[in-house]
Design a protein around this ligand. Structure first.
Ligand SMILES: Nc1ncnc2c1ncn2[C@@H]1O[C@H](COP(=O)(O)OP(=O)(O)OP(=O)(O)O)[C@@H](O)[C@H]1O
Ligand SMILES: [Mg+2]
Length: 226
């Protein structure tokens, strides 16, 4: 198994807004290895989410090549991209993005609905993942009945449902107090140490410096190492 999970070369994104061209990402080159935890920092509007969503195959580049586990995902058909995204990538967002009407366990089960597992297997896996993130006692709680930190743990368990190689987190601590934020980052750190890679956007320099292997900086769409 190759150690390289992300290999991106010269990735660009130009958004067209009427007559205005917004170069959100300019020739970003980046590689991330299995086991690595990388952070992206930079001012608002510098292109961090654009890059992260591109790594998650949610945003198509307008230029460059992106290989995920050695496979050029910029050349895949829409349904193939969806398949890669669903099976290889897990997402964690600032505002959790849980479905409010469903229990924690049901939220965690959701990504596997299309994966051919039996209902029992799905429930069991969701339960184990919730236990793993420390929420064995909250299976039946709905998002509105959870604290922010608990909701983010549910979102992380959901991201793990299909056993991804790459976890992408866009300001996962942005809605949490600093102690809870650190716990969430410690959990992401553990996940990166298990044959996965984690790429996280954060505004918190202390978290980036202390918990992650490498800090990348973005400014005006340009990605810089160190
Ligand atoms: N769908 C879109 N259409 C047009 N322009 C967009 C679109 N998405 C982002 N942009 C522009 O691209 C640039 C980068 O946006 P992006 O969301 O990647 O920034 P960011 O670094 O994540 O900022 P923040 O820290 O505020 O989340 C911004 O100038 C934004 O206005
Ligand atoms: Mg953003």
């Amino acid at each position: 198994m190759s150690g390289e999970i992300v290999e991106a070369q010269g990735l660009s994104k130009l958004y067209r807004k009427g007559r205005l061209d917004v170069p959100a990402l300019r020739l970003a080159t980046l590689s991330v290895q299995r086991g690595e935890f990388v952070t992206i920092m930079g001012p608002s509007g510098s292109g961090k989410s654009t890059l992260l969503y591109m790594l998650g195959c949610l945003v198509q580049p307008t230029g460059g090549v992106y290989r995920l586990e050695g496979r050029d995902v910029t050349r895949l058909r829409g349904d193939e991209v969806a398949q890669v995204r669903c099976s290889r990538i897990g997402f964690v967002f600032q505002s959790f993005h849980l479905l409010p009407g469903l229990s924690a366990q049901r939220n965690v089960e959701l990504p596997s609905l299309y994966k051919g597992r039996t209902r029992f297997e799905r429930r069991e896996r969701a339960r184990k993942l919730l236990e793993r993130v420390g929420l064995g006692g909250r299976l039946g709680h709905r998002p509105g009945e959870l604290s922010g930190g608990e909701a983010q743990r549910v979102a992380i368990a959901r991201a793990l449902m299909n056993d991804p190689v790459l976890i992408l987190a866009d300001e996962p601590t942005g809605n949490l107090d600093s102690v809870t934020g650190r716990e969430i980052v410690a959990l992401l750190r553990q996940l990166s140490e298990e044959e996965r890679a984690v790429v996280m956007v954060t505004h918190d320099a202390e978290i980036a410096g202390h918990w992650t292997d490498r800090v990348l900086h973005m400014r005006d769409g340009v990605l810089m190492e160190g």
